[in-house]
Write a protein that binds this ligand. Structure first.
Ligand SMILES: Cc1cc2nc3c(=O)[nH]c(=O)nc-3n(C[C@H](O)[C@H](O)[C@H](O)COP(=O)(O)OP(=O)(O)OC[C@H]3O[C@@H](n4cnc5c(N)ncnc54)[C@H](O)[C@@H]3O)c2cc1C
Length: 508
């Protein structure tokens, strides 16, 4: 494990705070774009990817907007707004291109270690929801990124797709489902570890575990001095750098506040905890073979959309249901209950109070969720698996999300459910806040960050290297159907996402 040996200041070109998927992606991209760059990565825990990016802390859905109904809201005139879905689907294709590059260049040994084909399905019941799903299907399939999506209300057909979901269901109820074969399950933890293993082999890259960034100071020449505490020896070290990325997940907001950059003023955070039910009965796990997303119940937040998820983690097939959202004042799973109170400052108290007042139903919802009994949780699961039994399921804690609160001219403050990149005007610091759609779109988010913060991004050299890593770079997969089809065919082959591999791996 690396430690800072001397009491002298160290001077890397780039500091990455946090060893999750965002820092890993940015580190690999920067090192490829500029092989001589020096990078220090500081992680407060004694291991990498132990917060949101770990496989069991997130749902592992390769978010492509195939099945997530919250990305396709219905407008007051009844039509479906699918603009966000197209953006997310395009971003995920870009991620797959970069991951295919990592496989082709042996930075990742085998795609099997982190990505698997798994059908993505939406499933709803009741007249209104079925009508919505039909309209959503019609809207999405008008766009080439959703080619191949199937829709049915035929109970036998749905039974052939997801038998357990149909067993014991009221035969008179209208149900509807869509299926997209091209869906994926991603072990973001394994992917992150592969990228850090590669980074650690590079000259000029140092990963410091058990090192927590505590404070910042801005020098007159525009560089940053970071105070970094070695949590083992309790010594504090100084690190000077020209660029800082705050990729600390839930811990990003307090660090952004400490940086003092004007662009970071007025942001607040609303922590939401999560729990899964994990199936402990191998017979049930074997019978289900899809990621099935439903509709969030009226009044509940988008991150509580229930889903029944086949996962493949370290060669083991698993079945999760959830997440059951909850309220905790911690910003990180391994954080402190003081995280939320300590994040309240004069410059964000107004937006935080306003967001709190306007989101009372959400707070009430989260508190109700926390108070759920095991029987209540099984009732929610029975909406998806009517014959579910309590003894087949264990409750596990998922990762912690911190939703972004932003200033708003009209109402004072709003709660956002997406991701927010905050960058200093001179490009010397960037922080990533929020959680969704998250790891799936990490590559596009980091390419965007590089364009905002590094002058060289537009140079011929860097543009050529971007195209080398992401062949569609500079073109639009959302607008060019032929390019999208060719790109998908290529990444499906390199990442071995064809259905045949799945059948070999997962015996039915
Ligand atoms: C319940 C849940 C389900 C999700 N499902 C999905 C999904 O299905 N698909 C998807 O794409 N995304 C999903 N996400 C989102 C996704 O997990 C995150 O967007 C992504 O992992 C964030 O990566 P990160 O690198 O920013 O943060 P993290 O992985 O949380 O890493 C941040 C790191 O920073 C460290 N750190 C914090 N403070 C400091 C400090 N002061 N000094 C040094 N180190 C520090 C932490 O210890 C941590 O290791 C989900 C998230 C949750 C919580």
């Amino acid at each position: 494990m690396n430690t800072i040996n001397s009491s002298k200041t160290i001077y890397p070109d780039v500091v990455l705070i946090g060893a999750g998927i965002m820092s890993a992606t940015l580190g690999v991209l920067l090192k490829k774009l500029n092989p001589s760059v020096t990078i220090s990565i500081f992680e407060r825990l004694d291991r990498i990817t132990a917060e949101s990016s770990d496989a069991w802390n997130n749902a592992g859905t390769g978010h492509s907007a195939f099945c997530e109904l919250n990305y396709t809201p219905q407008l007051p005139d009844g039509s479906i707004d699918y603009s966000k879905a197209v953006k997310i689907a395009e971003s995920f294709e870009i991620s797959k291109e970069f991951w295919a590059y990592l496989v082709e260049n042996e930075i990742i040994d085998s795609p099997d270690s982190f990505i698997h084909h798994i059908p993505h399905m939406s499933f709803v019941w009741g007249e209104e929801n079925a009508e919505y799903l039909r309209k959503r299907f019609e809207a999405l399939t008008s766009h080439h990124l959703f080619d191949g999506m199937e829709y049915t209300e035929d109970k036998d057909e749905i039974s052939s797709w997801i038998p357990l979901v149909m067993e014991g269901r009221d035969p008179n109820e209208r149900v509807a489902a869509t299926k997209m074969e091209l869906g994926t399950d991603v072990n973001f933890g394994a992917l992150t570890r592969s990228m850090f293993n590669h980074l650690e082999e590079q000259d000029g890259v140092h990963l410091f575990l058990n090192h927590e960034v505590d404070d910042f100071e801005r020098k007159k020449d525009g560089s940053w001095i970071l105070e970094v505490k070695d949590r083992g020896s309790k010594k504090t070290h100084k690190v000077q750098t020209k660029f800082v990325f705050i990729g600390a997940g839930g811990g990003s907001l307090p660090l952004l506040e400490k940086s003092g950059i004007p662009e970071g003023k007025g942001f607040g955070g609303f922590p939401v905890s999560g729990q899964w039910l994990v199936c402990n009965n191998p017979e049930i796990v074997e019978k289900h073979q899809a990621k099935v997303y439903g509709k969030a119940s009226v009044g509940s937040p988008p991150m509580s959309v229930p889903h029944l998820d086949t996962r493949l983690i370290d060669g083991q097939k698993a079945l999760l249901f959830g997440p059951y959202a909850g309220f905790s004042t911690k910003f990180l799973k391994n954080g402190s209950y003081m995280d939320l109170p300590l994040s309240i400052k004069l410059n964000n108290i107004k937006p935080m109070l306003a967001a709190g007042i306007h989101n009372m139903p959400l707070t009430k919802y989260l508190i109700d969720q926390v108070r759920q009994s095991p029987e209540d949780r099984i009732l929610a699961l029975k909406d998806y698996l009517p014959e579910a039994r309590l003894e087949d399921w264990d409750l596990e804690t998922a990762g912690q999300r911190v939703q972004v609160i932003k200033k708003d001219k009209k109402v004072g403050g709003v709660l956002e459910f997406g991701t927010e990149m905050v960058t200093a005007a001179d490009g010397s610091l960037a922080a990533l806040l929020g959680a969704s759609p998250g790891a799936s779109t990490s590559v596009s988010i980091m390419i965007d960050l590089i364009h905002k913060c590094f002058k060289d991004a537009k140079s011929e050299e860097w543009q050529t290297e971007f195209r080398n890593m992401i062949p569609s770079f500079g073109q639009s997969l959302a607008k060019d159907a032929k390019l999208a089809a060719n790109t998908r065919a290529r990444t499906t082959e390199v990442l071995q996402l064809g259905a045949s591999r799945l059948e070999e791996e997962i015996p039915f």
